[in-house]
Ligand binder design. Structure first.
Ligand SMILES: [Zn+2]
Length: 245
């Protein structure tokens, strides 16, 4: 279940958060997640104990870094990466999104945490499945993996051009009836549902996938949206996960 924490101003998954695992999908109220001050302030005011913040330099790839902490720097940026996984404690893994889909993933049995960013490019390239595959390489059993799919642009607002439509249709023809709908003369894509289906396809149990129901573009009060705000100065939402001692 996805719940809202009013004090922290984050959404979080009850599949993931407990006394050791802390994760969330930030709202606008936290600030622009692209700014390091936003992350530092959020961690400070909520008294979160951490050694390092890991920030991938997202490029809409399916590159995944298995992070090992090798220095004492407080902040570490990782080039050309859209997914980060670690088994280490007190490391804050982050991504930022504004319409794209953030995904948080854990295997509490293995003690691994991960986070990834997938827009349409990452989704066509099945980033969500690649994250699961990487967990399995690290020693996970499918039955232990739990995932939360965060706030993203809903199919209500995500119209796509013909090229993109055919690209998705070619890759995911079996899902066409579920992930596309025709509205006001344009194809619309349900990015969240596609990723939900991809996770099931690779073998995750339905009840181990939390799925965020709101649209970032429709909900201006809580979320940044690239499509809605691109003409103004837009921000991006912070998503994060950390495993404590
Ligand atoms: Zn919408």
């Amino acid at each position: 279940m996805i719940l809202f924490n009013k004090n922290l101003k984050i959404y979080y998954s009850t599949l993931i958060n407990d006394n050791r695992y802390f994760s969330g999908f930030g709202t606008k109220d936290i600030g622009d997640g692209r700014k390091i001050e936003t992350i530092l302030k959020f961690l400070k005011i909520n008294q979160i104990d951490y050694k390092k913040i890991v920030i991938p330099d997202q490029i809409h790839s399916v590159n995944i870094e298995v992070f090992e902490n090798k220095n004492n720097d407080l902040i570490q940026r990782i080039d050309d990466t859209d997914g980060i996984i670690t088994t280490e404690k007190n490391i804050v893994l982050t991504v930022v999104t504004a319409d794209c889909l953030p995904m948080i993933i854990v295997d509490k049995n293995l003690g691994a945490i991960g986070i990834s960013h997938q827009g349409w490019r990452g989704s066509v390239k099945k980033m969500a499945q690649k994250m699961v595959e990487k967990f399995i390489q690290l020693g996970s059993n499918l039955k232990d993996i739990k995932v939360a799919l965060g706030p993203h642009i809903g199919q209500c607002c995500y119209d796509i051009d013909e090229d993109r439509y055919y690209q998705f249709k070619q890759e995911f023809d079996g899902y066409s009836e579920k992930i596309f709908h025709w509205q006001q003369g344009r194809w619309h894509l349900n990015l969240g549902l596609l990723n939900y289906l991809l996770l099931q396809e690779i073998g995750l149990q339905k009840h181990h996938i939390d799925f965020f129901p709101f649209c970032t573009k429709c909900n201006k009060k809580q979320f940044f949206s690239f499509r809605r705000d691109k003409k103004e100065n837009y921000g991006e939402m912070l998503s994060f996960i950390i495993k404590n001692e």
